[in-house]
Design a protein around this ligand. Structure first.
Ligand SMILES: Nc1ncnc2c1ncn2[C@@H]1O[C@H](COP(=O)(O)OP(=O)(O)O)[C@@H](O)[C@H]1O
Ligand SMILES: [Mg+2]
Length: 366
């Protein structure tokens, strides 16, 4: 697939402050790419550089194979949707959606047809004559989306477009947006600080931290193979354990982690020549059982150890357990709540834990 957006070694400084630091990123045509990171990490600045509202201090911006670094926003095949909707309150839904077409002096009949089509795309047929204050938050966001789509951009930039919506509406809009993106085949660059949203919607996620891209990958790669401490901690939950090398053979290494628990990892996962490293362990990868011979441990659960349940936190579909191993290592673990008859695990219980060697991931400490 061809590249639609290409950021080449882009740096953006405001005075002495570096908001975007040497970012290179290729976004494919038709891709749903999410910029995910905490507040202030540079996500909006990256979007503004693609849109042309800001110019890079260094590097260049390419869209559709063309160097657009010095083109103004209206000359770029890009449109955007903001968190705040930015609708004109005195204009109707149809007038808001058709605004960009009027600016482009598009023929009235064609403009009306395109507005109708755009409203149908976002399930707002029949609401043409309403004013923004007569709409719900979700409907207003759909108007903003229709207004951006009606201009048929090659790239749609979405800056935290769902963050003003309540949790339930937000989840249904996530699925709807994703469906719309697939249907239209437009390249989406979507910004969020919400990791669940990023995992749900994206073809690929770029984790942004301090103006840099820390990791770029599919949701699956980012979640199962986080590259850095920040990525492991920001997306999902992770036990982060300092590991000290004890032994190694041709296939495996044996390490002792914070607190004293000893674990086995594949040799290939361990950084060559290192004596210490940081390990990320997802809480649901630890299988917990009252019996040492649990089938959940086999095959390949080379790490089997005992632990005491210090705390049990009921979370509906899952139970969150805080475990302390015999050696004194504390681990957060998540188990499915499969029985309505009562919890299987209780604080104070002694349990066995099984962990596959492949579920221990060495991450960069910084
Ligand atoms: N026009 C500007 N002048 C000075 N600093 C700015 C400007 N725009 C953004 N910044 C700073 O750059 C950093 C990144 O901002 P932003 O891209 O808005 O982050 P995000 O969208 O990830 O929350 C922040 O520290 C912000 O204060
Ligand atoms: Mg922002």
């Amino acid at each position: 697939m061809s590249t639609m957006v290409d950021l080449r070694a882009v740096t953006k400084r405001f005075g002495s402050f570096t908001a975007v630091n040497d970012v290179s990123l290729e976004i494919a045509e038709g891709e749903f790419l999410t910029l995910l990171g905490p507040s202030g990490c540079g996500k909006t600045t990256l979007l503004r550089l693609i849109a042309g509202f800001d110019t890079p201090t260094e590097g260049s911006v390419w869209i559709g194979g063309e160097d657009v670094t010095h083109l103004p926003p209206y000359r770029r095949p890009v449109n955007q949707v903001f968190q705040s909707y930015a609708l004109f309150p005195h204009l109707t839904v149809a007038e808001n959606v058709g605004f960009g077409l009027r600016m482009q002096h598009i023929d009235k009949t064609e403009a009306a047809a395109r507005v109708t089509e755009a409203l149908a795309l976002v399930s707002l047929t029949g609401l043409d004559a309403r004013k923004p204050h007569q709409l719900s938050g979700g409907q207003r966001q759909r108007v903003a989306l229709a207004r951006a789509l009606v201009c048929r951009p090659k790239v749609l930039l979405l800056d935290e477009p769902l963050s003003a919506l309540d949790a339930k509406l937000r989840r249904s809009m996530q699925l709807e947006l994703k469906r719309l993106q697939r249907q239209l085949g437009i390249t989406f660059v979507f910004v969020t600080h919400d990791q669940e949203e990023a995992l749900t919607m994206s073809d690929r996620i770029a984790i942004v931290n301090g103006g840099r891209i820390e990791q770029l990958g599919t949701a699956h790669e980012i979640y199962h193979r986080p590259a850095t401490r920040f990525a492991a901690d920001f997306v999902g939950q992770a036990n982060l354990l300092e590991a000290q090398l004890l032994l190694q053979d041709s296939e495996c290494v044996r390490v002792a982690v914070t607190g004293g628990l000893e674990l086995t990892l594949p040799l290939a996962a361990w950084p060559a020549g290192a004596t210490v490293a940081l390990i990320a362990m997802r809480p649901e990868k630890v299988h917990v059982s009252k019996s040492r011979s649990s089938t959940a441990f086999a095959p390949g659960a080379a790490n089997i150890f005992q632990a005491r349940i210090e705390e049990e936190i009921f979370q509906g579909a899952t139970d969150h357990l805080i475990l302390v191993t015999a050696a004194g290592t504390r681990l957060g673990v998540v188990v499915a709540n499969e029985s309505a008859l009562g919890d299987i695990f209780h604080a104070g219980d002694l349990v066995y834990c099984g962990l596959h060697t492949d579920d221990l991931v060495v991450v960069k400490a910084e």
